[in-house]
Design a protein around this ligand. Structure first.
Ligand code: ZN
Length: 118
């Protein structure tokens, strides 16, 4: 099997699929990276994303929360308790949705870079 382009590998990783074949799952659970692809048997041992996904998720979520906070504060129609509940909910949900996608993206990036150096 040929190695896909970096763009293809990154997209597959973002979708939580094997960056090599795009068919197998990249994760065994919510955030646990699989040791190997169940479809093409590509080995992912040693392909780790470290703190990159967390930093990317924080950056993206901040770009959602800060404008929302400014919007809510300039309107001034909600109580502080309701604003806090809304912002906390949006922060939690968007973080939990984005983190595995960002981790897949980073694992695919590390995997793609390791294939370029082979
Ligand atoms: Zn695969």
């Amino acid at each position: 099997m040929t190695t896909p382009s970096t763009t293809t590998a990154l997209l597959r990783g973002f979708l939580r699929k094997c960056p090599r074949c795009g068919a197998g799952a990249l994760f065994d659970g919510y955030l646990k990276r699989a040791d190997a692809c169940p479809h093409c048997a590509e080995n992912f041992v040693g392909v780790d994303a470290d703190d990159g996904p967390a930093w990317l998720t924080i950056g993206v979520v901040a770009h959602i929360i800060v404008p929302l906070l400014i919007f809510l504060e300039t309107r001034g129609t909600m109580s502080y308790g309701a604003e806090a509940a809304l912002l906390l909910s949006v922060t939690t949900i968007s973080t939990l949705l984005l983190l595995p996608l960002c981790k897949g993206f980073f694992i695919a990036a590390v995997w793609s870079l390791s294939k370029k150096s082979d």
